[in-house]
Design a protein around this ligand. Structure first.
Ligand code: UD1
Ligand code: UDP
Length: 384
């Protein structure tokens, strides 16, 4: 029998991290021929992940440009991917999450009448402009999708509300849990010189990341002002901020935090360094999506620097708090976590509502079942 031809399409750091364990398994599967197409919507930050997981792309569209607009990404990916899809004619493409690569990957495949599998389907804020443009990217991808891989039951419910056929939704857990399990080690030694010199047992180290398009400008400046107040008032607290390569983020970070000696502005870290930094830090402040899923499993409290989040499970479990982007609110919440041991302990209970490390196997088994290559329907991931 011919092998099933599956093309994975991704382009940014978080997609690569979450697709890496899936690509690895697809590459070694005896019933599947796997093709990897990267848009390179990110360049250096994508390459860091490809190198770590030793993934070689069959197609690299290399589309990133400095300060690219949504239209730049859309037009380039749509044009270039069309040629790749016409040449390869895969049976199924797999996209991940909510980036513009994701949506345009799905749109190109639809134009070529190729089936679409959406990994990390069904997350919703139901707020058109928050996160922007991710909420609509995920939604629009969903409209085109044939097979929805929902990380949690909650995500499945969101899709059912939109009248998606329940046979086309499969709950898998999030593949990021598969990825992180491989990588955090108690005896890990940092390679980054700044991290090597930090005394994690004597200082309270806050890990900060912030990059969202809707936070650029006012949001970022009020986050950074809150950080300056925090380090002024708490002498044994330091902040590590691996700064995203977006020039708009870097300019604002430098402006507000560049002179603060208690804030370490460093380059984006490889995933192994970053994951181990999460596990050593006292708590995390972030506007990232993926970090909200990784940190609860490591027992690290997270303050989410966004007005909305599509990841409600860890908020319900009590390990993640949404604090928004107002300076005063951020300052108060973080100051409380630094100084109130009881609050800290409540939030640092390790919980893992996002997966059990077996998402990749479930996704592959469900694909094979859906295309009548495997007889038995796999068991879904069942944590509510
Ligand atoms: C993108 C995604 C966002 C995701 C984020 C993860 C869209 C519209 N946005 O946002 O959903 O959460 O990635 O990080 O899909 N840059 C580099 N090198 C890199 C990466 C970025 O120089 O390796 C710079 C470039 O100047 C680029 C800019 O950052 O133009 C912005 O990159 P872009 O992918 O458009 O937006 P992100 O904010 O990274
Ligand atoms: N990450 C990383 N290095 C860094 C910062 C983040 O490897 O310096 C990882 C992080 O562990 C998570 C992912 O990148 O898996 C999140 O990426 P990002 O915040 O860029 O995107 P989002 O999750 O918001 O889409």
């Amino acid at each position: 029998m011919n092998k099933m031809k599956i093309m994975t399409i991704f382009g940014t750091r978080p997609e690569a991290i979450k697709m890496a364990p899936l690509v690895k398994k697809l590459n070694h599967h005896n019933q599947i021929d796997c093709i990897v197409a990267v848009t390179a919507q990110h360049r250096e930050m994508l390459d860091q992940v490809l190198d770590l997981f030793q993934i070689e792309a069959d197609y690299d569209l290399d589309i990133m440009s400095d300060q690219q607009t949504l239209v730049d990404i859309t037009v380039k990916v749509l044009k270039e991917l069309d040629q790749v899809l016409k040449k390869e004619e895969p049976d199924l493409i797999l996209v991940h999450g909510d980036t513009t690569t994701t949506f345009i990957g799905a749109l190109s495949s639809f134009y070529n009448q190729i089936d679409i599998g959406h990994v990390e389907a069904g997350l919703r804020t139901n707020d058109k402009y928050s996160p922007y443009p991710e909420e609509m990217n995920r939604h629009l991808t969903g409209v085109l999708t044939d097979l929805n891989f929902a990380p949690t039951i909650n995500n499945k419910k969101n899709l059912l509300k939109e009248n998606v056929d329940s046979e086309k939704i499969f709950v898998t857990g999030n593949t990021v849990i598969d990825a992180i399990k491989e990588i955090v080690q108690d005896d890990y030694r940092f390679k980054n010189q700044v991290l090597k010199n930090i005394n994690f047992s004597e200082k309270k180290i806050i890990l900060l990341t912030a990059h969202r398009r809707e936070n650029i400008g006012k949001g970022l400046s009020s986050i950074f002002k809150a950080i300056n107040r925090l380090t002024q008032q708490n002498p044994d607290t330091e902040v590590v901020f691996p700064v995203h390569l977006n020039p708009a983020v870097r300019k604002t970070a430098q402006k507000y935090l560049g002179k603060n000696k208690k804030v370490h502005l460093i380059e984006p870290l490889g995933y192994q360094e970053f994951a181990n930094l999460m596990s050593r830090s006292y708590f995390i402040m972030t506007d990232s999506g993926g970090i909200q899923e990784e940190a609860p499993g490591l027992g690290k409290p997270v303050l989410v620097l966004r007005d909305t989040t599509e990841r409600q499970e860890a908020i319900k479990a009590g390990t993640v708090k949404k604090v928004g982007v107002e300076q005063e609110v951020i300052f108060k919440a973080a100051n409380k976590l630094i100084n109130n041991q009881k609050e800290y302990e409540i939030m640092s209970k390790a919980t893992n509502p996002y997966g059990d490390g077996k998402a990749v196997n479930r996704i592959i088994d469900y694909i094979l079942y859906n295309y009548n290559i495997k007889k038995n329907k796999p068991e879904p991931y069942g944590v509510v």
